[in-house]
Design a protein around this ligand. Structure first.
Ligand code: AMP
Ligand code: ZN
Length: 469
């Protein structure tokens, strides 16, 4: 399996530290409002990476944080006149709802920055002791960037270019830094802000130290994969490397993966420009599986443009997949219980070659665009080579190929969520009650509602019977 490593700017063979096990950290969102569809891209693509690794039998320890202390959260809290934790807890819950609707698996651990302060104090202390950090007069702790000789190795930036003489005294605190490249590890509180006690001042952590600490606590000092959107390469991930490697004396992460950006109508999507959609906006119009399928239709390192037309195209493509799957599901139930014929055995080899193609695409730095092409070849094959005369064994094998491909992409093949028996019974009871009260309009309305859910009612002498359409 090959992974493009931002560190080496090359595709490299993936060799985990411990055979069969993967330690993976994905930078999560800052929770101050609903996530937008750009935030959903890393969630979907790295969930797919995880799913493929699990399909191959690897055990993935997947950690993704919530940044729940930050300027934007504090600003939102002040605007609403509530505690910052009210804002962050609310949007963590909302984010989890979106993730579920996108069929993003729950992480092994979803740490929150505010619950990991002690680890941050410890790492900052270590950095001070080792001479990699210093305390300024007002209690701010800075990382001494030039003390970490490899600074710039991820973003391929040169320290002197970075310096660039852009020292600005307009930026608060800039005058107390030893060097303009130094960045904050801990900062003093301002009035009304959440704060924790520390040896340096009452205050709160800088953003970068959070991830270094949460990654270390849940995955250890050395991990296999660290991932996030490409905007995080510099300075966030560069600073994480500097902190972790300076503190632990070990390589922090072996492979660095970054997704490219999602644009809107060929322009950068940003909150300040107002040209963004939340995942919730999309959910009002589409099943979120369509959004997931749309995201995976491009390779994760290619920029992806979001537009109404492309979403419609994704919807139609997904529909073709689901319709083919549904047909196979039907055939599985009715197919003849007989051994596979010689012709079927030959055809099965062709079907399996599509899975091989699919796997080869995923092995090549998770090329989901090519994997989806292989899935469409299987769709075409299933539509033309499987029918009511096929043996049950053959139909089942083809369906299993389908299910594997869909599952790795995180696509659920059942077209609609299964309607639960209890839901049906409750509606039938409500219809009976309406009839008793001679509210026939309501009774008819419920019958129609059930029909839309694919439930057919039959009024018999023994009472109401129902079946699925
Ligand atoms: P944030 O909440 O801004 O820290 O972002 C959470 C994650 O979403 C990070 O991995 C970002 O890189 C990623 N992200 C933000 N905007 C976009 C976008 N337009 N396209 C792709 N990824 C994005
Ligand atoms: Zn991070």
């Amino acid at each position: 399996m090959k992974i493009y490593n931002t560190l080496s700017k090359q595709k490299e063979e993936f060799i985990p530290i411990e055979e069969g096990k993967v330690r993976m950290y994905v930078c999560g969102p800052t929770v101050y409002n609903l996530i937008h569809i750009g935030n959903a891209r890393p969630m979907i693509v790295f969930d797919t990476v995880r799913r493929y690794m699990e399909y191959k039998g690897m055990e993935v320890n997947y950690v993704s944080n919530f940044t729940d202390v930050d300027d934007k959260i504090i600003k939102a809290a002040i605007a609403e006149g509530v505690d910052a934790s009210v804002i962050s807890e609310r949007y963590i819950e909302e984010c989890k709802k979106d993730m579920r609707a996108l069929n993003v698996k729950e992480a092994t651990t979803h740490p929150k920055a505010t619950e990991e302060i002690q680890g941050m104090l410890d790492m900052i202390q270590t950095l001070i002791q080792k001479g990699h950090a210093y305390v300024a007069a007002d209690g701010t702790v800075y990382f001494r960037t030039r003390s970490f000789k490899e600074y710039g190795k991820l973003s391929h930036k040169n320290l002197d270019d970075l310096q660039g003489g852009n020292r600005s005294l307009l930026v608060s605190g800039e005058d107390q830094k030893e060097d303009s490249l130094d960045f904050v590890l801990w900062k003093p509180k301002k009035e009304g802000e959440p704060a924790w006690c520390s040896p340096w001042c009452e205050g709160r952590p800088g953003w970068h130290i959070e991830c270094s600490v949460m990654s270390k606590k849940y995955l250890g000092e050395e991990i296999d994969i660290h991932a996030g959107g490409e905007d995080l390469v510099f300075p966030h991930h560069e600073n994480e490397i500097a902190q972790s490697e300076a503190a632990n004396g070990k390589i922090f992460a072996r492979y660095w993966m970054h997704n490219a950006f999602l644009n809107i109508d060929n322009k950068k999507m940003s909150k300040s420009l107002g040209n963004f959609f939340t995942v919730r906006d999309i959910a009002a119009k589409y099943d979120l599986q369509v959004l997931r399928f749309f995201m995976l239709s491009a390779h994760y390192r290619s920029q992806l443009n979001f537009s109404a037309d492309l979403m419609e195209a994704a919807k139609n493509s997904l529909e073709r997949v689901l319709t083919a799957a549904e047909r196979l599901q039907g055939l599985v139930k009715t197919a003849q219980e007989q051994a596979m014929s010689g012709e079927e055995t030959e055809k099965l080899a062709v079907a399996k070659s599509y899975m091989d193609k699919y796997a080869a695409a995923m092995e090549d730095d998770f090329n989901t665009a090519d994997a989806i092409s292989a899935l469409f070849e299987l769709v075409k094959f299933a539509n033309t080579s499987v029918d009511a005369n096929s043996s049950a064994a053959f139909v089942k094998e083809i369906y299993d190929e389908f299910a594997n491909m869909a599952d790795i992409l995180g696509i659920i093949l059942e077209k609609k969520a299964e309607v639960l028996d209890e839901e049906v019974e409750a509606l039938i009871q409500a219809r009976q009650d309406a009839r008793k009260a001679k509210d026939f309009a309501k009774a008819d309305e419920i019958r129609n509602q059930l029909l839309e859910m694919g439930i057919i009612l039959e009024d018999t002498r023994e009472g109401v019977k129902w079946k699925r359409a």
